[in-house]
Design a protein around this ligand. Sequence first.
Ligand code: 13P
Length: 250
Amino acid sequence: MRTPVLAGNWKMYKSAHEASAFLNELVPLVRDSRHREVVVCPPFVALPAAVSAARGSGIDVGAQDVFWLKEGAYTGEISAPMLLAIGCQWVIIGHSERREYFGETDETVFKKTVAAIESGLKPIVCVGERLEEREAGQTEDVLAAQFEGGLARLAPDQMARIVIAYEPVWAIGTGRTATPEMASAAHKFIRTQVHKSFGAEIADTCRILYGGSVKPDNIAALMAQDDIDGALVGGASLDAKSFASIVHYA
Ligand code: 13P
């Protein structure tokens, strides 16, 4: 039985003050949500405020990126131990926006994932194809290459601590969600990759989240699919009521 994860990726939205206000509204709305993990991922500067406002609520806080070294002369970077020290528990790694605009590659995704796990952060590692790749029938090739280039190189005990997010790039911020059947097929394919590299037990317990235009009105149909274990939500996670109704999908 895989515990669902409902995670909000706020991207570059909300100040520290707005993060506190959001959590003050969200905490009572999700207090009675059982058997699911709820995570919010604000921008770096709002993390301490979010951790403080979420304390004792059962809501976890995650970052949206991390650097792979612990410290050093790396202007502008933030390390996993720094995130852990402020009470951050999760980190999103390899989001398609980071791959597209900030030069993230399967290699940097791999290094960041290892660093996060070794420090005790829980990584949500993103994979997903672009529109032209889907239209060219290359979805599985792209997912396999992203898996091979990053996750397949982890040790089994490292892989056991990863959450994967399948985010088809064409569905992000477009209002064009993958149908539950399309998402399910991709999730099944990813789980097969996990099985091939790490065996049945890790494949059965690995949580694979769907991301891309998840809204209160489509979450239930997505979550009804066997291989969809949660969601990584962008736009609809910025409003506490909307995110709470996603958390209460069933
Ligand atoms: P939207 O939910 O806004 O499409 O964003 C999805 C996403 O990128 C989550 O990481």
